[in-house]
Design a protein around this ligand. Structure first.
Ligand code: HEM
Length: 222
């Protein structure tokens, strides 16, 4: 097993872990957004969706373990890669300007990622805890939908969501194409298509996730 540890610990190994965990998170976000969009169809639709998930709770609990591990590996490895790159060339950027292969999205991955992480802690401490532990403060008809609608009445909470999902969009825009590059899919002709798909994906995620807090805030929770 020593060889496995060594190869995953090499710099290409770490890039590979970032790409595999990143793609898993990209897929998770598609399902998460699709499920949450039922909020726009009203309390019945959203509560029905959550109750369906409740019905398969043991499966959800099993999925949550690898999902948490994927998040942890992605964050831990990302910080390590950033730290090692920083140590390897501390003044180069300041002296020679930015390298040709980097842009504002790639250079700020550590910052956009860190803010998304802080957002995630807040998000889980409010929604996930309410949905799983503290129960429903509302009557049945309003239930889960009410928890979301109530939180999105607070301007500070809505503002944190909107800023975080815009930065999430920046993070996904670079992360998407970077993962494909790590897998070696950087063919001159097709790579621009991958870049475009990544940008469209990032915009859809940002706009989709930002639309819910904005909608509830503007509509007073209905
Ligand atoms: C407006 C946007 C969002 C809404 C309304 C929303 C809603 C929710 C709700 C209601 C839950 C609890 C579900 C349950 O336990 O049954 C949840 C869990 C979760 N959310 Fe979000 N979410 C949003 C954005 C995001 C974003 C942008 C991310 C990632 C960066 C994210 C990551 C997660 C994770 C990891 C969980 C835990 C999943 C699980 O353990 O089942 N969410 N979200």
């Amino acid at each position: 097993m020593g060889w496995l540890y060594e190869s995953l610990n090499s710099s290409i190994g770490k890039k590979f872990i970032m790409a595999v965990t990143g793609i898993s998170l990209i897929l998770f976000l598609i399902f998460h957004l699709a499920g949450n969009l039922t909020l726009f169809a009203g309390p019945e639709a959203f509560n029905g969706y959550v109750e369906k998930l409740e019905g398969i709770k043991p499966i959800i609990r099993i999925i949550e373990v690898p999902l948490a591990l994927v998040f942890i590996f992605h964050i831990f490895n990302g910080v390590r890669l950033w730290w090692e790159n920083r140590k390897a060339r501390p003044e180069k950027y300041a002296v020679n300007g930015q390298s040709k292969n980097t842009n504002v999205f790639s250079r700020t991955m550590i910052y956009s990622g860190s803010i998304v992480f802080i957002f995630l802690v807040l998000h889980l401490a409010t929604f996930w805890v309410a949905f799983n532990f503290t129960g429903e403060p509302h009557e049945k008809a309003y239930a889960y939908y009410g928890v979301v609608a109530d939180w999105f009445q607070h301007l500070w909470y809505v503002a944190v969501y909107v800023v975080a999902v815009i930065l999430l969009g920046f993070h996904l825009n670079h992360g998407f194409q970077s993962a494909f590059q790590t897998f070696g899919w950087n063919h001159k002709k097709y790579f621009p298509i991958i870049e475009k798909i990544g940008t469209i994906y990032a915009i859809v995620m940002s706009v989709g996730f930002a639309s819910m807090p904005i909608y509830f805030y503007l509509n007073g929770g209905s």
